[in-house]
Design a protein around this ligand. Structure first.
Ligand code: ADP
Ligand code: MG
Length: 313
């Protein structure tokens, strides 16, 4: 078996006949310019043992790879267009596993409306590694940056925080919850919110490093401070149930707000625009102020969080 068999068998069908891909038979893809639009480009990699467990099904690894990248496009207000895949298969990944990976990939490419335009296929003596470059379109100049927040803006988040961190516990067998396991293995990118973010948000980032850390990225890029109220942070009913079982509620809540891999969206908007985001499902969790960093409050008390969030290893 050679890389060429895998390219033809596994990946060519996922170009869906897109002219840009040239049937995955040329040295490169060709992307025509699109007047009036900017191409938004993002890249995220998954490494076995770091971003997923060796026991995770290969099809879900394919899905997670697509979804973590689409989460970035959603946060920028972009519409998915196409992608490039670099994959390094270890010898332990036999033909059936490679096929399952490509199947998971294909299912989500179809579902989210993007085609595979190219990539590279290699074999490795190390762990499975894959990296996707995702492309999206946004009207020229309209990509939502991290740097647009201003003092007085409302800080908002798109949904349940902590499911990613608890999902990892579920994957490790520490919590028994199919829902949380699913949130870890195949998070749902918030593409449903891309339009309203583009229309209303002053700054936006997806929550991959942890709510506090990603809010901190907005604060730093914008040159402002953020006040974040942990009591206002929305939780799924599963995360709420877990929290209610914890002896140290404050430490547990900090854990949820600093854990990673939620793939929700944290954004800011001027007061007059916040209502439209709230109508779309965002919850207000704080405010932008003059200053720097993220000030976190829990039950009226100001907390010191030494480390803003889990930094991917
Ligand atoms: P080269 O050796 O010239 O870089 P390759 O033989 O690696 O080209 O790839 C041939 C074609 O197959 C290229 O169009 C490349 O983009 C595509 N390709 C290779 N691997 C993948 C992959 N994993 N996913 C998508 N396209 C791929
Ligand atoms: Mg090659």
């Amino acid at each position: 078996l050679s890389e060429f068999d895998d390219i033809a068998r596994l990946f060519r069908p996922l170009s869906f006949g897109a002219p840009e891909a040239l049937g995955l038979m040329d040295d490169a893809a060709q992307i025509p310019s699109r007047p009036g639009f900017d191409l938004v480009v993002t890249k995220d990699a998954l490494v076995e043992g770091v971003h997923f467990l060796s026991t995770d099904p290969p099809a879900l690894v394919g899905k997670k790879l697509i979804r973590v990248n689409l989460s970035d496009l959603a946060a920028k207000g972009a519409r998915p267009y196409g992608c490039f895949l670099a994959v390094a298969f270890p010898a332990a990944w036999d033909a059936a596993m490679r096929e399952a990976f490509a199947e998971g990939l294909g299912e989500d490419l179809r579902r989210f409306g993007l085609a595979l335009f190219g990539g590279d296929t290699v074999f490795t003596p190390g762990p499975f590694t894959a990296s996707l470059t995702a492309l999206g379109w946004v009207e020229a100049g309209r990509m939502v940056l991290r740097s647009g927040a201003r003092p007085g803006d409302i800080l908002m988040v798109s949904g349940g925080i902590g499911d990613g961190a608890l999902g990892l516990k579920a994957a490790l067998g520490e919590i028994d919850s199919p829902y949380l396991l699913g949130r870890y293995q195949a998070p749902e990118p918030r593409l449903d919110l891309a339009e309203v973010i583009k229309a209303q948000a002053s700054a936006s980032a997806d929550v991959s490093d942890g709510l506090v850390a990603d809010a901190g990225h907005i604060a730093e890029a914008s040159g402002i401070g953020l006040e974040l109220d942990l009591d206002a942070v929305p939780l799924s009913s599963e995360a709420q149930a877990w929290l209610d079982r914890q002896p140290d509620r404050e430490a547990a809540m900090v854990g949820l707000a600093t854990g990673g891999d939620d793939y929700q969206i944290v954004c800011t908007a001027p007061e007059g625009r916040a209502a439209a985001l709230q109508a779309a499902g965002f919850t207000a969790i704080g405010r932008a102020v003059e200053g720097a960093g993220v000030g976190v409050r829990h039950r009226g008390r100001r907390l010191e969080i030494a480390r803003g969030g889990w930094v991917h290893g």
